[in-house]
Design a protein around this ligand. Structure first.
Ligand SMILES: Cc1ncc(COP(=O)(O)O)c(C=O)c1O
Length: 367
């Protein structure tokens, strides 16, 4: 039996190989590689498909968050609320702005527990950065009303949830800005690093386009201290190809996920919960199991690869030791970190492969 990989980016590439190659060649042959028509037309497409006014292409998802917070004037001494079980990049986006991340436990959908946010709000709190983790939209109605009640900026980390919806509205359009990553494994992954910010604000659009390009929109007119954080022309051209096939790619993921949900039947495996008012784009299919090492070894012995998202929560990472958290501070987050396992789900994965994963899991006996 052939190995079932956790992911295989080559399969995704092969699905639209000719179109990717044509796009890459078009850019190579154009002689124009930075901030040209490809980035501009990608930005226009991406904004329009979201129902947003503007999009700013940047070099990666982490810098999308960092630039976004910078554009809002977030600085040292400010506090930003964020979920404790997110990928560390979300938290690093906050630390890059100089602000202090204030962590909140997740709910049963792995997103921030909206009922636990309020007690962390004080006069230093400037923003709430919500991550739509694993691909499922967070509880945006409650989160929106909390932000407007307390005068907080709402910003959204959509790195794992391109086009996920809450009550039929795209993530990234609830708050003042939505941040995206096009890291190759993401649902809208490119072929290298890439990221974007969407917003309805004309001022933020200009500010972000200035910040990403040395603080300048007009050549040699440097208005503010800026960065070099641009999306490459070649990435924009490649991501546009994937964007044009995004719906069919999502149908493929949805089929695998629905199969897992309907057919995995093992008392040792806790399947993901799906909100009724939201969609899940299945960036990751995350289950929980108590004896994780045994479970993963069993699957690996049966040629099925898995991964963990994420084994060390941000508050227990060495990098964030200065926040002075310790084990026990966020028990739900820590429990998730000890028990989550991500099953294979990727572009080009076959239903026959999902059948094998299901059959092997259903034969697993925890001892
Ligand atoms: C939730 C989340 N936020 C931010 C990022 C950062 O994106 P990038 O890798 O493009 O910097 C990632 C992915 O790596 C992510 O999963």
């Amino acid at each position: 039996m052939a190995k079932i990989p956790f992911n295989n980016l080559k399969r995704g590439y092969n699905l639209y190989k000719d179109e990717y190659e044509e796009a890459a060649l078009r850019v190579l042959r154009s002689g124009w590689y930075i901030l040209g028509d490809e980035v501009a037309s990608f930005e226009e497409n991406f904004a329009r498909l979201h129902g947003a006014n503007y999009c700013v292409g940047v070099d990666n998802g982490l810098n999308a968050i960092a630039l976004g917070l910078k554009a809002l004037g977030i600085k040292e001494g400010d506090e930003i609320i964020v979920q404790a079980n997110t990928y560390i990049a979300t938290v690093l986006g906050i630390t890059m702005s100089g602000a202090t991340p204030v962590l909140v436990e997740p709910d049963e959908f792995y997103n921030i527990d909206a009922d636990k946010i309020e007690k962390y709000v004080n006069n230093k709190t400037k923003a709430l950065l919500v991550t739509h983790l694993y691909g499922q939209a967070a509880r945006m109605d409650k989160i929106l009303s909390l932000c407007s009640e307390h005068g907080l900026y709402l910003v959204e980390d959509c790195a794992q949830a391109h086009f996920a919806k809450f009550n039929n509205k795209n993530v990234g359009t609830f708050g003042i800005m939505g941040f995206f990553s096009f890291y190759p494994t993401k649902n809208l992954g490119g072929f290298g690093d890439g990221g974007a910010i969407i917003t309805n604000s004309v001022d933020l659009n200009i500010k972000l386009k200035t910040l990403r390009n040395y603080g300048s929109i007009e050549k040699y007119q440097n208005e503010i201290i800026g960065y070099n954080s641009r999306l490459d022309e070649i990435q924009a051209a490649l991501i546009k190809v994937k964007l044009s096939h995004f719906s069919e790619l999502q149908i493929g993921r949805e089929k695998i996920a629905r199969k897992y949900l309907a057919e995995i039947k093992n008392p040792s495996v806790i399947l993901p919960n799906i909100r009724e008012d939201a969609t899940h784009t299945w960036h990751l299919f995350v289950i929980r199991t108590l004896k994780r090492e045994m479970f993963r070894r069993y699957l690996s012995d049966n040629d099925i690869m898995t991964d963990i998202h994420y084994p060390i929560p941000p508050h227990l990472s060495k990098a964030l030791a200065y926040l002075e958290h310790s084990t026990g501070d966020f028990p739900i987050t820590e429990n998730y970190a000890d028990t989550v396992v991500s099953l294979p789900i990727f572009d080009g994965m076959t239903e026959a492969e999902a059948d094998i994963v299901i059959a092997i899991i259903n034969q697993y006996v925890e001892s």
